[in-house]
Ligand binder design. Sequence first.
Ligand SMILES: C[S@@+](CC[C@H](N)C(=O)[O-])C[C@H]1O[C@@H](n2cnc3c(N)ncnc32)[C@H](O)[C@@H]1O
Length: 180
Amino acid sequence: MGSFFVILYSMSNELLFVRKAVELFHGSSKEAIDLGCGYGRNALFLAENGFNVTAVDKYLDCLTEIENKTDKITTVHADLIDYKFTKNYDFILCTFVLHYFERNNARKFIKKMVKHLKKDGILAISLIRTPKSLSIDELMDDVANLSTVSAVEKIIHDNPHSGANYPHDHDVFFYIGTRE
Ligand SMILES: C[S@@+](CC[C@H](N)C(=O)[O-])C[C@H]1O[C@@H](n2cnc3c(N)ncnc32)[C@H](O)[C@@H]1O
């Protein structure tokens, strides 16, 4: 498993983890899904990189903002807790979302993402670690059918946002796996 080190990293501007995951992708088809897409920074990046992107969120305003920016992304308004995948994907992304889920729901959802990843596909997950979120060992168990490409825990610095109106740090686990 990856090492623990500290970097400065802005959650609102940087896409380094997603960029890295895209660089690691060598599949021939490019069907991607961004689960819990927020305002679409990563979905937009995937679309700019030639992926056919579906972006899913339960917050309608986020999807409207994406729709106002591009017609290249298919938006889906849904709660991921009971989300039913309609097909398999080459690139599955879930960043800074799973800490909202109750541990068992997070584990079920990770298994669902693994199940719907195509051969040579990439699954990229970033998990904000909280006392209630699933553990790294649990996440690694749930992705055991994939080959781990990268698994790193980092402290990232976040700017003030609603709910935490001051600069603060997060302990985040970044996972990238592939189906060989
Ligand atoms: C911290 S934001 C991260 C957004 C995006 N992934 C990113 O990295 O910029 C978390 C997003 O997950 C969405 N979300 C949380 N729980 C969800 C659920 N059960 N179903 C669908 N979306 C959910 C929220 O609406 C929010 O847009």
